[in-house]
Design a protein around this ligand. Structure first.
Ligand code: SDX
Length: 426
């Protein structure tokens, strides 16, 4: 590959370039500061690559998403979430023996340490489930000593325990919020069935997993499983680069995901649709508000830093929303409002000029709602899906052997040096 040439104060410096497996080209600026005493500035990192990764490929212009080379559409149709967890973390789809061993490990480690249950008593009923999730995941570091180690076996055990237990933490936080007894995981159920069992079983009678729910949840978790260097995954890489405990590192990712510009958007979408419904379904008013620079209203579930085309996940989820509501014979007016919002926005120059399309969060809440999952749990569901992606990126960073602590530079714009003034003279 040819070097890039940069003219700095009439001095031409050459910077190496390299091409990824999908022909993306990067300029290696690791020598920039030593050669020019200049740094780059890129707020929001829209033009800055933080790493090389072989986990997920996104083509934002074409609306392509692949995990380890497999298209999201094919995985969503043919894989189980457990298989996708294995694929993301270990790089290949498991064979039958590998799949069964992995699945058995996840079922074996699904219980929490009994002492962790007491933490739930300390949360007020009003606690947001994401606050509980991030606290409980950090607390897991106290019960999993191997999670401080970067030895292969220890990392593997810690990743298995994270995948196995975080769904239990999520289900227990729902049960607590409803004043219901905790339902323990069963060893005869797969990941999705076990989660639904722990969420909705009645402790007095046998619970039969609704196959429509199980299929829809499997699909949603797969679609959320990874998305290369998004805000929360980059946060996991940032926190993990200091060699922090794995569970503390994952908890940092949970915190970043919570924001309404990121994973918290799925909750914000349903709240937005509810507001529009209460306002005589006047969705055109809200489309106009989203265009008004004097309004801080934005169309949640719309727009994306990378996708400048329709988010491929949103296409799959929109179809699944129709299918789930039809199969459950449910009629949710919010789906019609969402469809109308999409239809008006996609014809509007403001949205077209900015390439704003529905993203993964626009329709997912319709399905969670149909399954009886409360709105404040939607971002927890996103975290459950994204967990294998976070683990895969953390593991890739550690296993690369080239990981350095992430420490960006800055350009200082504050006061020049000045002398201290005693308070009497200020
Ligand atoms: C996720 O990165 C990932 O991969 C994330 C994710 C993943 O899987 O990890 O895909 C999951 O987080 C999806 C996004 C969920 N967030 C939302 O739905 C919140 C609403 N969307 C916006 O806040 C916004 O689109 C972002 C945050 C998603 C992207 O922000 P950018 O890339 O910084 O874009 P921007 O805010 O600079 O917007 C560019 C223009 C601006 O207008 P102008 O200044 O050019 O006039 O588009 C406008 C924005 O005002 N715009 C919107 C809008 N999104 C962008 N206007 C109205 N409504 C919106 N939703």
């Amino acid at each position: 590959m040819k070097n890039a040439k940069l003219n700095v104060n009439d001095e031409i410096i050459e910077l190496p370039t390299f091409k990824g497996s999908e022909d993306e080209v990067g300029i290696d600026i690791t020598s920039l500061r030593s050669k020019t005493n200049h740094i780059t500035i890129d707020p929001g990192y829209a033009n800055t690559g933080s790493c090389l990764s072989s986990i997920t490929f996104i083509d934002g212009e074409k609306g392509i998403l692949r995990y380890r080379g497999y298209s999201i559409e094919e995985l969503a149709e043919k894989a189980t979430f457990t298989e996708v967890c294995y694929l993301l973390v270990y790089g290949e789809l498991p064979n039958i023996k590998e799949r069964d061993k992995f699945s058995k490990s996840l079922r074996k480690h699904a219980n929490l340490h009994e002492d962790m249950k007491r933490f739930y008593d300390g949360f007020p009923l009003s606690a947001h489930p994401m606050a509980i999730l991030s606290s409980m995941v950090t607390a897991m570091s106290a019960f999993t000593p191997e999670s401080n180690s970067w030895e292969d076996d220890d990392m593997d055990h810690s990743m298995i325990k994270a995948l196995a237990k975080v769904k239990t933490i999520a289900a227990f936080s729902y049960r607590k919020s409803q004043g219901l007894p905790f339902i323990y995981p069963r060893t005869d159920l797969n990941y999705v069935e076990n989660f639904l069992h722990m969420m909705f079983s009645d402790s007095q009678e046998d619970y039969h997993v609704n196959p429509v729910f199980a299929e829809a949840l499997n699909l949603l978790l797969i679609l959320h499983a990874d998305h290369e260097q998004n805000c929360s995954t980059s946060t996991v890489r940032m926190a993990g680069s200091s060699q922090a405990n794995l569970f503390a590192t994952i908890s940092a990712g949970i915190a970043a995901l919570w924001g309404p510009l990121h994973g918290g958007a799925n909750q914000a979408v349903i709240e937005m649709l509810d507001t529009i419904k209460k306002d005589n379904c006047d969705y055109k008013k809200y489309v106009n508000m989203a265009k008004d620079k004097n309004s801080d209203f934005k169309l949640y579930g719309f727009g994306h830093r990378v996708y400048k085309n329709y988010d491929p996940r949103a296409k799959v989820i929109a179809k699944a929303a129709d299918r789930v509501l039809n199969e459950l014979k449910l009629d949710d007016p919010l789906l019609e409002i969402a469809r109308n919002l999409e239809s008006v926005a996609l014809k509007d120059d403001y949205f077209k000029e900015r390439n704003l399309y529905p993203n993964v969060d626009f329709y997912s809440g319709i399905i969670y709602k149909a399954m009886g999952i409360p709105t404040n749990m939607f971002t927890v569901m996103f975290a459950l899906g994204r967990l294998p992606g976070w683990l895969a990126h953390w593991h890739e960073m550690v296993a690369s052997g080239t990981s350095r602590i992430n420490r960006p530079r800055q350009i200082y714009t504050g006061s020049k040096i000045r002398n201290f003034i005693p308070v009497e003279q200020r």
